[in-house]
Write a protein that binds this ligand. Sequence first.
Ligand SMILES: NS(=O)(=O)c1ccc(S(=O)(=O)NCc2cccs2)s1
Ligand SMILES: [Zn+2]
Length: 258
Amino acid sequence: TSYWGQGVIPLTGPSSWHQSFPVAKDGSRQSPVDIRNEETERDPTLQPLVLKYDPRSSKTIANNGHSIQVDFDDTTDQSVLKGGPVTGSYRLRQFHFHWGSCDGRGSEHLVDGASFAAELHLVHWNSEKYADVANAAIEPDGLAVVGVFLKIGAANPALQKLLDAFDSVQKENTKADFKNFDPSTLLPPCLDFWTYLGSLTTPPLLESVIWHVLKEPITVSSGQMEQFRSLKFTANKPMQDNFRPPQPLKGRKVRRNF
Ligand SMILES: NS(=O)(=O)c1ccc(S(=O)(=O)NCc2cccs2)s1
Ligand SMILES: [Zn+2]
């Protein structure tokens, strides 16, 4: 299935997802959202975010037809998220990106209405309470996703290591080995975050994600963004604009730890 309107069926973009996934419209905690910083609440009880990643757990890089994704061995607690709003430990499963057809758009979350060129999502699941990601993904506290904004600026050497692997995954549904990659090289020095209860931003849009959106972006150059757009969606279309627009807060409070 091509989620992003690149398929032959005319109506497959985010605006038609509600036909197969009613939660897209009826849900109470859909993602992404526009983070209006003035309306967020500073919560001094939030613990610091602790991300402990082991490069030995990285496995493969894949073009899954709607994003580029690096998968991790999540059979043990090698790479985990702790702290922030969550109790317990969430195991890193994968990371992937969302980006635009031009540098002026591409992120899923917005900050005071502003988009970034891209957004990195590091997906973790609650390995203390659930057996695997599929079981966790249907629970309100099952997933913890860290969102990192990519802002146009200097070329990012850590990102370049990833981009250099893109040649082997240009086509949809291709996969290649991607060992010894340390995802902490993609994090900004400061882990200040906004947090709120939300959902997956792609079908099945499950309302099982505790979101942690980092305040500080990492940089990406325009040339590096072009390399993301050299990847292919289904039907050989350039992979781009694979972001969902912001969804209503429906009374939710976004907290910050800074
Ligand atoms: N853009 S995002 O970070 O909100 C994601 C969308 C989908 C994600 S997943 O690959 O982890 N699937 C989750 C599932 C596993 C099993 C059934 S659903 S993460
Ligand atoms: Zn995502």
